[in-house]
Design a protein around this ligand. Structure first.
Ligand SMILES: *[C@@H]1O[C@H](CO)[C@@H](O)[C@H](O)[C@H]1NC(C)=O
Length: 223
């Protein structure tokens, strides 16, 4: 009996890291609740790179990566705008728009975003192609971090808007506390050797699923 209770506790906790190589999160429904919460013990970031791959048929605004601290809900945010070719990136609640990018529906895209606290510069890499480098904010990201996939945090850990939710698939989520070089970003895009994320690592990911989000094998197409 004690063993059963222990097992139940272990499985419901689910915070132990998992290797998700070859897998993806499927967000099959438009809701204001379903999301994945990613856990990291890092609390102080002077630079950020986030890389992920996403597949969606959404035309509307949607959040791809939402990092909040108690004082800043958009401490680091990757946001796809409804305009087909534009993104918005935020660091420390300040955002910059990125336009003229080749974003297609129903296609896997590799999306990397970088930011550096010293220069305040932010950049987006879509499928290995760099955007303009734009100013968002100086100063570091501080405080206990909550990272959410699938929803946009409008408060610390909550206040989701169904009209900014993500529907589709997401995979290969990594985060570093430095700005990756263009060569490392290209290696990520090509699925070659790149430095494993030291803030988030898809091969050792601590996370919690809330609502209808599935972990599935990435589909390999048969031509
Ligand atoms: C979401 O968008 C729909 C269609 O534009 C609108 O009718 C609805 O009020 C929006 N919901 C929220 C919570 O903003």
């Amino acid at each position: 009996m004690k063993l059963l209770i222990l097992l139940a506790m272990l499985t419901s906790c689910a915070a132990h890291p998992q290797n998700l190589l070859g897998k993806m999160f499927t967000f099959p429904q438009e809701t204001s609740t379903a999301h994945v919460r990613l856990t990291t013990s890092r609390q102080n970031l002077n630079a950020v790179t986030v890389c992920l791959r996403s597949f969606t048929d959404l035309k509307r605004d949607h959040s791809l990566f939402s990092l909040a601290t108690p004082s800043k809900f958009n401490d680091f945010l990757i946001f796809k705008m409804s305009t087909s070719d534009s993104f918005d990136l935020s660091a420390r609640d300040f955002s910059a728009g990125f336009d003229g990018l080749e974003f297609k529906q129903n296609t896997w895209h590799s999306i990397c975003a970088t930011w550096d606290a010293t220069s305040g510069l932010t950049q987006l890499w879509l499928d290995g192609k760099p955007s303009s480098r734009k100013f968002t904010s100086l100063g570091s990201i501080n405080g206990p971090i909550i990272i959410v996939l699938g929803q946009d945090q409008d408060s610390y850990g909550g206040d989701f808007d169904v009209n900014q939710s993500f529907v589709g698939m997401m995979s290969d989520v990594y985060m570093w506390n430095n700005v990756l070089s263009p060569c490392d970003i290209q290696s990520y895009v090509d699925d070659l050797n790149f430095p494993l994320g030291n803030v988030l690592n898809w091969k050792e990911l601590s996370f919690q699923i809330i609502g209808k989000v599935l972990i599935e094998e990435k589909q390999k197409l048969c031509w």
